[in-house]
Design a protein around this ligand. Structure first.
Ligand SMILES: NC(=O)c1ccc[n+]([C@@H]2O[C@H](COP(=O)([O-])OP(=O)(O)OC[C@H]3O[C@@H](n4cnc5c(N)ncnc54)[C@H](O)[C@@H]3O)[C@@H](O)[C@H]2O)c1
Length: 387
C-alpha cells in the first residue's frame, strides 16, 4: 500500500467561482442519446443559456427540448440552419460519428466554439480538415473525452509522468465487453453510413487516450491493424440480447479491433478492443518501463474507467516490490460535468482547450491506420502533417 494512502494523490476538488455576468450561449447539434447528458450538465451551469438545437429528423429537436423542460429553445433541421441563424457562442456536437467533421468545420468557419463528441471523426483526413478549420478560426475546439477528468486517470498520468517507470518501451492496452454492442435507442452506432467506425471509435479511443495521454502523446510511426465483425453480423447475437435479428443485416462497422503500433521514442503499443467476445476481458493495461511497470486493471465492461487499484512493480535494493495505489473516489460532480465546465471556462477565459485536437488527431490517426491496414492486409506508415 502506498504511504499516505488516498491522501498521497489528492486531486484538487475546489470549485471554481463561476462568473455569471458573462453568459455562454449554446446550440446543441444532434438531439439523440448523448445530447441529453450534455443538456443536463449545461442546465446546472448558471452562466449558460441554451439558445438553439438542431436535428436532421423532423420534429426530433422540438420533442427533445420539450422533454427537457426547455420548450422555448429555437429548433432547426440541420447544423447549417442552426449556425446560420447565429446568436450563439458555442455548440455541442452530439451527432453520430459520420457528421462530426462537417458540423465541426462549419461551426469553426462561422466563428463558433466547438465541444465535439468522441470519436473526433472517422478518418485522419477529416481530423486534419477539422484542425485546419480550428487554427484558422482561433476558436476553442475540445473533444469529449470525459474519462480525462476521472481522478484515477489523473493518477495514472501523474505516476507515469513522475519518471518512476524509467523509459517506457512497451504498452498493452484496450478493453472489452462480453455483450456490449451499443444499440440503446436505435442503430446509429452500428450503421456504416452513421457510425462508420464501431468498437474502435466508440471505446477504443478511450483506451488509446488513457495510455497516450499518460506518456505525452508521441506520434505513431507504423500500424499493423486488424478489424472483424463476427458478433455484429450474427443474428443470434442480437436475438439473444432481445434485439431484432435484422440488426445483423444493418451492422456495417467493426466489433473487434487489434493492432501493433510503433510510436516515436521506440515505444511499442499493443492494442485490442471488443464490443463483444467470448471472454471476460482481453487483459489489463500495462505500461512497462526500464525502472518500473504499471498495471491498470481492466473492467468487465470497458467504457473508460479503471477496474481496481493500480500496481507499480519495481526492484528496490535488490528486491522485487509491488506498490498498490488505492482507487480514487469519483469527483463529486462527475466526469461529464467537468468535461462541460472546462470547455466553458476555456471559451470564457480564452484558455487552451481542455482536451486538445493536437493530441486527439494522433488518437484518430491510429484508429484510421488500423482500419486502413486491416483492409490492405499489411503494415502502414502513419504521417500526420504539421498544421
Ligand atoms: N461521451 C460519451 O460518453 C458518449 C456516449 C454516447 C455517445 N457518444 C457519442 O455521441 C455521438 C452521438 O451518439 P448518440 O448515441 O447520441 O447518437 P444518436 O443517433 O442517438 O443521435 C445523433 C443525432 O444526431 C442527428 N444528426 C446527425 N447529423 C446531424 C446534422 N448534420 N445536423 C443535425 N443533427 C444531426 C441525428 O439525426 C440523430 O438524431 C456519437 O459520436 C457517440 O460516439 C458519446
Amino acid at each position: 500500500m502506498v504511504k499516505g494512502g488516498l491522501d498521497a494523490f489528492k486531486f484538487n476538488q475546489a470549485k471554481n467561482v463561476i462568473d455569471t455576468s458573462k453568459k455562454v450561449r449554446i446550440g446543441i447539434i444532434g438531439t439523440g442519446w448523448i445530447a441529453e447528458t450534455h443538456m443536463r450538465e449545461y442546465m446546472k451551469m448558471p452562466d449558460v443559456e441554451i439558445i438553439s438545437g438542431a436535428d436532421l429528423i423532423e420534429g426530433k429537436a422540438e420533442a427533445f427540448f420539450a422533454n427537457m423542460g426547455c420548450p422555448d429553445v429555437k429548433c432547426y433541421n440541420s447544423h447549417k440552419e442552426l449556425i446560420d441563424a447565429g446568436g450563439i457562442d458555442a455548440v455541442s456536437i452530439c451527432t453520430y460519428n459520420a457528421t462530426h467533421a462537417e458540423c465541426a468545420i462549419y461551426a469553426l468557419e462561422h466563428g463558433v466554439h466547438v465541444l465535439l463528441e468522441k470519436p473526433m471523426c472517422v478518418t485522419l483526413e477529416e481530423a486534419i480538415a477539422i484542425c485546419k478549420a480550428e487554427k484558422e478560426s482561433g476558436k476553442v475546439l475540445s473533444i469529449g473525452f470525459q474519462p480525462r477528468f476521472d481522478n484515477n486517470m489523473k493518477m495514472v498520468k501523474e505516476i507515469v509522468q513522475s519518471g518512476v517507470l524509467g523509459d517506457v518501451y512497451y504498452i498493452q492496452t484496450g478493453g472489452g465487453r462480453r455483450h456490449g454492442i451499443p444499440t440503446p435507442f436505435g442503430t446509429s452506432f452500428i450503421e456504416a453510413d452513421k457510425g462508420v467506425i464501431g468498437a474502435l471509435g466508440d471505446i477504443g479511443c478511450y483506451s488509446l487516450d488513457m495510455v497516450l495521454n499518460a506518456i505525452g502523446y508521441p506520434k505513431p510511426l507504423t500500424v499493423t491493424g486488424y478489424i472483424s465483425n463476427f458478433f455484429g453480423k450474427d443474428p443470434e447475437y442480437f436475438a439473444s440480447e432481445g434485439k431484432p435479428r435484422a440488426y445483423a443485416d444493418i451492422f456495417g462497422v467493426d466489433d473487434f479491433g487489434a493492432a501493433f503500433i510503433r510510436l516515436e521514442g521506440g515505444i511499442i503499443l499493443d492494442f485490442r478492443i471488443a464490443w463483444a467476445m467470448h471472454l471476460d476481458t482481453p487483459g489489463d493495461t500495462i505500461i512497462m518501463g526500464t525502472k518500473g511497470s504499471l498495471r491498470i486493471p481492466s473492467t468487465e465492461c470497458w467504457n473508460g474507467t479503471i477496474g481496481g487499484p493500480l500496481k507499480l512493480y519495481q526492484r528496490v535494493a535488490g528486491k522485487d516490490v509491488v506498490t498498490e495505489f488505492p482507487m480514487q473516489p469519483p469527483t463529486e460532480e462527475g466526469n461529464f460535468y467537468h468535461k462541460i465546465r472546462t470547455f466553458l471556462d476555456a471559451v470564457k477565459d480564452g484558455k487552451e482547450a481542455p482536451v486538445s485536437s493536437k493530441e486527439i488527431i494522433i488518437n484518430q490517426a491510429i484508429i484510421d491506420a488500423i482500419n486502413k491496414s486491416s483492409k490492405l492486409g499489411e503494415e502502414i506508415k502513419v504521417e500526420i502533417p504539421e498544421l
